[in-house]
Design a protein around this ligand. Structure first.
Ligand code: NDP
Ligand code: HSE
Length: 436
């Protein structure tokens, strides 16, 4: 069959919001190029939305409120899910896969908990399930982990995978404003959603960490396996202190292999606000940008950087997946299946070696420093630096530790809170990006 005679590939798009609108635009504007790249025309068969009465930049005849019928329609080969949420897309994607449609989705919240279920259905139906857009928007990071690094051993994946929180922390660092002021600004500029909880409390980053860890370590990791803290307690004072240590604060997602006490390999996946030295490449990632650093045994260190959110950048990743799935429909074959053969266990956060920054309000009098130091020493935590700001009853003591088990550090902080010498433990942050 010549290229021009190949049967068109029918596409259904579910959701025409920020991302879906851009996907539909590109499908229409770039139809000729996409045809050439796939080897068959890509034809939009329908767009499912909630509010069918609203004007959209697409032929109204394509709009439907019946997503369930659209995904099983005989003339649809590929379903692109851009609704968001869990229950509705889970059922729609499962139905599409069972009916032999390949699926492309950007839905990290769903994938973090249901990749196993959906990949199983895709494998049985011998169709593709692609999700490059689910982590770090436009940045290719899923395909490098699943394919380019499939022959290597990934040791660590760490990065900034949430644009909203990076925008907030970058602005706090640049302007010295407090969290609430910058959050309101992020909302006005359209970065933060009306309910910013998923972003600022780290749930969105934890979903992405679960997906990254699963792929990097060939192990099923779900959102519940990821230790999580958000940025809502970070203050302007914390950023000022970070600056005085030549650091900034970033919400990092960290996935790594760690050994237990007898050398057995486990993995850790965690998300929390972290002091990062200004000299570290992640410290220079500002605004709504994302970056992911992958360390592999043979490849060494790789860094991926770019726009982690937004309609057009996310649509770019969706279209990449769509072209791959369409090529497979045209030429035969399938993309790689998920690989969970390693089944490594998840290390509890308390076992992970971290460094702490502890800022305390103390009275500036003899014996205070030694009482504070004793609590660290009792738990075998070695202090790297101590710094005092202010004097008299309003002195601030800032302790930075060497690496120690997180449980020992957390117990030390609890003990410091009980000390007469300490009026208040004002802030506790972890420190990454150093070798000490
Ligand atoms: P939006 O909220 O902007 O759009 C959601 C769309 O889904 C709307 O068009 C809505 O219809 C439609 N919808 C909601 N419920 C239903 C339903 N039951 N049946 C059919 N359609 C429905 O979301 P985004 O475009 O921002 O995000 C889409 C997905 O992409 C999410 O999973 C998100 O996590 C992910 N993502 C988003 C990024 C971003 O920057 N926005 C970046 C990376 C991933 P209506 O228009 O009528 O309200
Ligand atoms: N809310 C997400 C962010 C969108 O701020 O990064 C991209 O996944």
């Amino acid at each position: 069959m010549s290229e021009g005679l190949r049967r068109p590939i029918g596409v259904a798009v579910l959701g025409m919001g920020n991302v879906g609108t851009e996907v539909v635009r590109i499908l229409i504007e770039k139809a000729v190029d996409l045809h050439a790249r796939v080897g068959a025309p890509i034809e939009l068969r329908g767009v499912a939305v909630r509010d069918v009465a609203r004007d959209r930049a697409v032929d109204p005849a394509l709009i439907t409120g019946d997503a369930a019928s659209l995904v099983t329609s005989d003339d649809v080969d590929i379903v692109v899910e851009l609704i968001g949420g869990i229950d509705v897309p889970r059922a729609l994607i499962a139905s599409a896969l069972e009916h032999g449609k390949s699926v492309v989705t950007a839905n990290k919240a769903l994938l973090a908990d249901y990749t196993g279920e959906l990949a199983g259905i895709a494998a049985t139906a011998k169709v593709d399930l692609y999700f490059e857009a689910a982590v770090a928007g436009a940045i290719p990071v899923i395909r490098p982990l699943m394919q380019s690094l499939a022959g290597d051993t990934v040791q660590r994946v760490a990065g900034i995978v949430n644009g909203t929180t990076n925008f907030i922390l970058s602005a706090m660092d640049a302007d010295g404003d407090d969290y609430a002021v910058v959050l309101a600004e992020a909302g006005r500029l359209g970065y933060a959603e009306a309910d910013p909880t998923a972003d600022v409390e780290g749930y969105d980053a934890a979903s992405k960490a679960a997906i990254l860890a699963s792929l990097a370590f060939h192990t099923r990791v779900t959102a519940g396996d990821v230790y999580r803290e958000g940025i809502s307690t970070i203050t302007a004072d914390d950023l000022a202190s970070a600056k005085s240590l030549n650091c900034t604060i970033k919400l990092l997602a960290i996935c790594e292999r760690i050994a237990d006490s007898v050398g057995k390999e486990r993995i850790s996946a965690r998300v929390y606000p972290t002091l990062v030295p200004k000299t570290h490449p992640l410290a220079a990632v500002n605004g709504a940008f994302n970056a992911v650093v992958v360390e592999a045994e043979n490849a060494g260190r790789l860094m991926f950087y770019g726009q982690g959110a937004g309609g057009a950048p996310t649509a770019s990743a969706v279209l990449g997946d769509l072209v791959m799935a369409a090529r497979n429909k045209v030429h035969g074959g399938r993309g790689p299946l998920e690989s969970t053969y390693a089944s490594l266990s998840i290390a509890p956060m308390g076992d992970v070696l971290t460094r702490y920054y502890v800022s305390m309000r103390v009275a500036d009098r003899p014996g205070v420093l030694s009482a504070v130091a004793a609590e660290f020493s009792k738990r075998d935590v070695s202090i790297a630096t101590v710094r005092q700001e202010g004097a008299d009853e309003n002195a601030r003591l800032i302790v930075v530790t060497h690496r120690a088990p997180d449980a020992a550090l957390a117990q030390t902080v609890d003990a410091l809170k009980e000390l007469d010498a300490v009026a208040e433990v004002a802030s506790v942050l972890r420190l990454e990006g150093t070798d000490e």
